[in-house]
Design a protein around this ligand. Structure first.
Ligand code: HSE
Length: 307
């Protein structure tokens, strides 16, 4: 068996408008590269971090924390070295910490002969994710590990439901280069929700899941709405209302905040529509001092993969 593995750990979009902390999907055009090495010396060592500045101490690094949790539980009698090539900027809202936290445990599991299933891997990855966001949620981790769309029905015990991906669905991402910390974007949310809003939200979650099962794009369009979280978080994203208007005008099925932001995603039927939305997104911050990136991606139904 190989003692070293290289993987691609993809970016993900959590919440998907109405599904705060439960829904997510996986992107295929952007992610982190990671190399995991099995070594004799016990413990976890982070040996290289490319692409951004993150702590090398495993207990302060999300990839290290999830790896330590898995090592502690399995006691495999060996250690691991982790090299991280960050393609996803931390604080971008497309699952940077989830890609790191999931990547380390996925790679270790492969090197150990796959003793754990994907749900068990997600559980260990949640320990790393919790370091970044101060809360244990799996709506970025589950799509990174399982691929496609996922719904986290319950966190403890963890229960992940895979939801089908309609064939012609594409995502457009607008990433303004400002940092929004997940913990801060969670701190501004209300602790209580009016029943009327909750009814709207769970109706939309149900119909969104049904639309994904039946490839009903019109129902998708009607369901991609967030009446609970977006009103609070949109203030963190410059020009948010305009972004939504542009996406709608360009034919997007829906547009909302990706995870805790600042990235915004639009879901579109067909690549052409997604490219049209991208062209509009390119205009939002042109002439301002906000740097930005845009991308069009199909939905990655495989999740993390070995390179
Ligand atoms: N569901 C999470 C949030 C995703 O919106 O806070 C970001 O980790």
């Amino acid at each position: 068996m190989n003692d070293q593995i290289k993987i691609f750990s993809p970016a993900t979009v959590a919440n998907v408008a109405c599904g705060f902390d439960v829904l997510g999907f996986c992107l295929d055009k952007i992610g982190d590269g990671m190399t995991i090495k099995k070594v004799k010396e016990p413990g976890i060592r982070i040996t290289k971090i490319h692409g951004c500045e993150l702590p090398y101490e495993p207990e302060k690094n999300v990839a290290g924390v999830s790896a330590l949790a898995m090592l502690e539980a399995l006691k495999p009698g060996c250690g691991f070295e982790i090299e991280m090539h960050k393609g996803i900027k931390p604080g971008s809202g497309i699952g940077s910490s989830a890609a790191s936290a999931a990547g380390s445990v996925f790679g270790m599991n492969e090197l150990l002969g796959r003793p754990l299933n994907k749900t068990e891997l997600t559980k260990f990855a949640m320990k790393g994710e919790a370091l970044a966001s101060q809360s244990e949620h799996a709506d970025n981790l589950a799509p990174a590990i399982f691929g496609g769309f996922t719904l986290v029905r319950n966190v403890n015990p963890l229960d992940i439901v895979r939801v089908p991906t309609p064939h012609d669905l594409y995502a457009t991402i607008l990433f303004p280069q400002i940092e929004v910390k997940t913990a801060e974007a969670r701190a501004i949310l209300p602790k209580q929700v009016p029943l009327k809003k909750a009814i709207q939200q769970w109706a939309n979650v149900g119909s969104l899941v049904h639309a994904l099962h039946t490839s009903d794009y019109n129902l998708l369009r009607r369901s991609l709405k967030d009446v609970i979280i977006e009103p609070y978080r949109k203030q963190l994203i410059p020009e948010y209302d305009r972004i939504k208007t542009l996406a709608r005008e360009a034919g997007a099925l829906g547009c909302s905040i990706s995870g805790s932001g600042p990235s915004v995603f639009a879901l579109c039927k067909g690549k052409h529509a997604a490219e049209r939305v991208r062209e509009r997104f390119e205009t939002v911050y042109a002439g301002s001092d906000i740097d930005f990136q845009t991308l069009v991606s199909s939905i990655n139904t495989e999740g993390i993969r070995i390179l």
